[in-house]
Design a protein around this ligand. Structure first.
Ligand SMILES: Nc1ncnc2c1ncn2[C@@H]1O[C@H](COP(=O)(O)OP(=O)(O)OP(=O)(O)O)[C@@H](O)[C@H]1O
Ligand SMILES: O=P(O)(O)O[C@@H]1[C@H](O)[C@H](O)[C@@H](OP(=O)(O)O)[C@H](OP(=O)(O)O)[C@H]1O
Length: 290
């Protein structure tokens, strides 16, 4: 028997997976270019529906639930697997980052959080109210609203959460990146002024918008806290995918959302498409000005 192995140059090197932002300890990798994310039932329900929705090309492939060390995980494609030392950006979409349900619960049973108070004063010691200062704690919804107005979430309907460059540097210090000029600067730095990459991203976002406007899944879900993951590498390859459906919840039929109308409590609008429109406009202006 002859043992054959391919010549070294044809063996594809897989870049190791890296997490840009999000909860620490939520992910594990496997050897097949797949990722395990701690099981969340609502996320599983979304993935199951997305696999037969028109949005399928814009989300990681989903392979069901798996167990490791007695913990359940949702198994999905590692979107970085086909890239060579990728640059990665996580942008949280929408004008609201907490569910209406969370607001209701916070009113019925307020649970002020000390960790969020600490995170708040680390950024702005003046931000807490007198009452919050006395309690040394803030409600989660209050913290989330504060984060929205401090960043571009409230004014543009999306915000940059983190950027990891191909040289390994990682920046998650975007809490105060709010106005258009600051967003543009961060985007220019992310693509290293490569207009071909920027054009690919603009086209991919336009394709995504076309599909979102027709998707049955999207119409029927409040999409909160979900991100777009931007990935490109030195070969010029670039892609964008929707990730994180932990707070994407179904509307009660026949209710639907347009994802552009301003949020008024009770209407459950999330501002996702409003944010995407703004994102596309920003990229278009950047390309015109070059
Ligand atoms: N399918 C994927 N392929 C590659 N990287 C991924 C994938 N899903 C998530 N990631 C990485 O993990 C990070 C966190 O992902 P995600 O938002 O799903 O986690 P989370 O813990 O639910 O976050 P949050 O704190 O916003 O709730 C992303 O920024 C990205 O770097
Ligand atoms: O980015 P920050 O400022 O660190 O704040 C976190 C961020 O808003 C996460 O999206 C949120 O998790 P969810 O989206 O799952 O609500 C988390 O809440 P948590 O601490 O309750 O997990 C916050 O602490």
């Amino acid at each position: 028997m002859v043992n054959w192995s391919p010549p070294p140059e044809t063996v594809k090197k897989r870049s190791p997976w890296v997490q840009v932002v999000g909860h620490a300890g939520n992910f594990q990798t496997d050897s097949d270019g797949r990722l395990l994310k701690k099981y969340c039932e609502s996320e599983q329900q979304c993935f199951l529906q997305l696999m037969s929705d028109s949005l399928r090309p814009f989300v990681p492939g989903y392979y069901g639930v798996t167990q490791r060390d007695e913990q359940d995980y949702n198994l999905m494609d590692d979107l970085l697997a086909d890239f060579d030392s990728p640059c990665i950006m996580d942008c949280k979409m929408g004008s609201r980052t907490y569910l209406e349900e969370e607001l209701k619960k916070a009113r019925e049973c307020p649970q002020p959080r000390k960790d969020m108070y600490e995170k708040m004063i680390a950024v702005d010691p003046e931000a807490p109210t007198e009452e919050e200062r006395l309690q040394q704690a803030v409600l989660k919804t209050r913290y989330m609203q504060w984060r929205e107005t401090l960043s571009s979430t409230a004014t543009l309907g999306f915000r940059i959460e983190g950027i990891k460059k191909s040289d390994g540097t990682c920046n998650t210090n975007f809490k105060r990146t709010k106005c258009k000029d600051e967003v543009v600067q961060a985007l220019e730095d992310f693509v290293d002024n490569n207009m071909l990459i920027l054009r690919s991203y603009q086209q991919r976002l336009q394709e995504l918008r076309d599909i979102l406007e027709k998707s049955d899944f999207f119409k029927a879900h409040e999409v909160v806290g979900s991100s777009l993951l931007f990935v490109h590498d030195v070969t010029g390859k670039a892609g964008i995918w929707m990730i994180d459906f932990g707070k994407t919840v179904p509307m009660t039929p026949p209710l639907t959302l347009d994802h552009r109308s301003p949020w008024l409590e009770g209407n459950r609008e999330d501002g996702y498409l409003w944010g995407l429109d703004n994102f596309i406009d920003i990229l278009t202006t950047m390309l015109q000005e070059k």
